[in-house]
Design a protein around this ligand. Structure first.
Ligand SMILES: [Zn+2]
Length: 413
């Protein structure tokens, strides 16, 4: 199947100033790119599909770099454990389709609420049974007793998104279990979180021997490791252990920033600022009172996140976009809001923020597939956006801005 997209303004990392371009897609791949519109018409007279891109921007599909497809709108972490598994899988599948509809053609999972949900979604998407982004499937959040994700109470069994493993032996077993069940990414919670009263963000309950055991087994199987690390200590633990992608890093001190800097060719980071942003700035919309926001210290956390990422941007760290979407506070589908947060709060230009959301995210996906750029021989994961995202990255939040979402050369929406 040959598809010709004509006269769209092409933007990607390597084309910072958009120009009118024709792009020919042959099957799953980008076959030809020509900057003089109209020239490819002759070559592509056999094209079966012509798409007029006039007035639109053609850009790579976006990558959700901190994705939770199985977070289906809970208000609290424990809510996730109360959903019957059958309902949970269907709601997660709906999230996959919703995310693709909103222009995310790839999703790097930062944890699955239950062990096999991400795996089942990825397999169904790859088999063409479910419309969704390319997915790197994650484990649940590995944690320790009393850590973020341990929702149990002494008098009753409860589940959230955690898989609890205390000590290196249990940790090795938990990692092997997740790998046996087919995950691509292993997630571990090194620090706590302001949303959890008994283990706040600046606490680091995980011990180094547990973290080392986690990384050791993941490496043996060639899997990717990702970590929740808000406290400064947890960021240092993560870098020293060799974690591939470190999320949050809000409270990183100078030593932690220097460590990240030293390892910037091998590590990715992501602020996942959307959840804190909404809890703090739009708290009334979600029925959060001021006292709760104060109790959780969300203003301080937000300010530290902003200061950290302004630094990490200047130091040239590879930062991915994704903001913990999927909670009641952060409805799935609104994920592209985080691109605007990069511009409005973290000091990024629109071009830089869009690079984070496309080619940097594609690097993190790291699946040997060429995506994230509009380049000949790359997979045709493309968006045709009504208007100019460089003038206003905010337009990417709206499905109505998407004139076309193409994945694998196939027009999905
Ligand atoms: Zn998360």
């Amino acid at each position: 199947m040959l598809t010709l997209i004509e006269n769209a303004l092409l933007w990607d990392r390597d084309h910072p100033v958009p120009r009118a371009t024709d792009v020919l897609i042959d099957g799953r791949h980008i076959a030809r790119i020509h900057e003089v519109p109209g020239k490819l018409r002759n070559e592509a007279s056999a094209a079966q599909q012509f798409i007029d891109g006039t007035g639109c921007t053609l850009m790579p599909g976006m990558v959700e770099g901190h994705c939770h497809l199985s977070f289906t709108g809970p208000s609290t972490n424990a809510d996730l454990g109360n959903i019957p598994p059958e309902d949970h899988v269907l709601a997660s599948a709906a999230n996959a389709t919703l995310l693709l509809r909103h222009g995310f053609t790839s999703a790097f999972s930062a944890a699955s609420a239950r062990l096999r949900i991400d795996v089942a979604l990825r397999n169904a998407i790859d088999a063409g049974q479910l419309a969704g982004p390319r997915l790197r499937a994650a484990s649940p959040e590995l944690t320790v007793t009393g850590g973020l994700g341990d929702e149990r109470q002494l008098h009753q069994e409860r589940h959230g998104f955690g898989l609890i493993a205390d000590g290196p032996i249990a940790m090795r077993q938990a990692v092997r279990l997740c790998i046996r069940e087919g995950v691509d990414n292993l997630k571990i919670n090194i620090s706590g979180d302001e949303f959890v009263p008994h283990v706040r963000a600046e606490r680091s309950p995980l011990c180094t021997d547990e973290l080392d055991a986690f990384v050791e087994i993941a490496r043996k199987f060639g899997k990717t490791t990702v970590a929740h690390a808000r406290s400064s200590e947890s960021v240092k633990q993560a870098v020293r252990a060799g974690i591939d992608c470190i999320y949050h890093c809000d409270f990183a001190d100078e030593e932690a920033l220097d460590l990240l800097d030293e390892h910037k060719s091998s590590v990715f980071v992501g602020p996942a600022i959307g959840l804190v942003h909404n809890a703090l700035i739009e708290r009334e919309k979600f029925g959060l009172d001021e006292a709760a926001v104060e109790r959780m210290g969300l203003q301080r956390k937000f300010d530290r996140c902003v200061a950290t990422y302004q630094q990490l941007r200047q130091r040239g760290l590879r930062v991915v976009v994704g903001g913990d979407y999927g909670f009641a506070l952060t409805p799935m589908g609104t994920n592209a809001r985080d691109i605007a947060h990069f511009v409005n709060f973290l000091g990024y230009s629109a071009h830089e923020a869009l690079v984070c959301a496309t080619s940097v995210g594609a690097e993190l996906m790291g699946n040997g597939q060429s995506t994230g750029l509009v380049r000949e021989s790359y997979l045709a994961d493309l968006l045709l956006v009504r208007g100019d995202p460089l003038a206003d990255v905010g337009i990417l939040q709206h499905h109505s801005s998407m004139a076309m979402v193409m994945k694998d050369g196939h027009v999905c929406f």
